[in-house]
Design a protein around this ligand. Structure first.
Ligand code: PXP
Length: 236
């Protein structure tokens, strides 16, 4: 199972002060140095964290692969085709949401998503669809020529009982088997963390997990001691 790191939250922190630090591109390069398999950013219509310059700099500088999360929106599709990430992951996007709230409804938006896939394929960009672990959604993704599905793991991650968590894990297992039979690549993400990954990694045949919040949050906690000590040394 490969790991890709989502660095959106580094940009959120940077933008909180309108300054340059912390830099999501530097973060991505350090993550690559220690073995991450790819970098993920979500270029939102409202540019609340990652901006176009970040995407272009990442494209230029990273050596693993760039996964651009995006809505099926004309302006963003144009940028994607121009920048040329290895992978575009299509997600539903709402202005009011704190983070992506669930998978795409491929069945209900089939022509929009199909046309977006065609445009991205014409620019040699592979396309992944972020969806719930539902067999009918997977069928639809395969029919319109998606290369990969990314299974939304939010329900698994937010389960309030062990029973609910195991039920959702079974649904994910069945979805992976179905997708693989149809020749799709299978990624997964949303809400995966240092606790639930121990159960989640037992699901066979997932090619890649995309993790953001838990790793960035952990980075702050494991780094705070050194950061404070460094400032104290400078002051005294
Ligand atoms: N995959 C997709 C499609 C997402 O939208 C997100 C959140 O930006 C993630 C993975 C990563 O989720 P998290 O930040 O909870 O690890």
């Amino acid at each position: 199972m490969r790991l890709t790191l989502n660095v959106d939250h580094i940009a959120t922190l940077r933008n909180a002060r309108g300054e340059e630090q912390p830099d999501p591109v530097t973060t991505a390069l350090i993550a690559e140095e220690v073995g991450v398999d790819g970098v993920v950013v979500h270029l939102r219509e409202d540019r609340r964290h990652i901006n176009e310059r970040d995407v272009r700099l990442l494209r230029e500088l990273i050596k693993t692969k760039l996964d651009l999360e995006m809505a099926a929106n004309e302006e963003i599709i144009k940028i994607a085709c121009d920048v040329g990430p290895e992978l575009a992951t299509l997600v539903p996007e709402k202005r009011q949401e704190l983070t992506t709230e669930g998978g795409l409804n491929v069945i209900d938006n089939v022509s929009l998503i199909k046309n977006t896939i065609t445009e991205l394929h014409n620019s040699d960009i592979e396309v992944s669809l972020f969806i719930e672990p539902e067999l009918t959604q997977i069928d639809s993704a395969a029919e319109i020529d998606a290369d990969i599905i990314e299974i939304h793991t939010g329900i698994f991650a937010n389960a309030v009982s062990e029973e609910e968590q195991l039920d959702e894990l079974e649904r994910i297992r069945a979805a992976v088997i179905h997708a693989k039979k149809l020749g799709l690549g299978v990624n997964a993400g949303h809400g995966l963390n240092y606790q639930n990954i121990k159960i989640f990694r037992e699901v066979p045949d997932i090619d890649e997990v995309s993790i953001g919040h838990s790793i960035i949050a952990r980075a702050v906690i494991v780094g705070i001691k050194e950061a404070v000590q460094e400032m104290i040394r400078l002051i005294k």
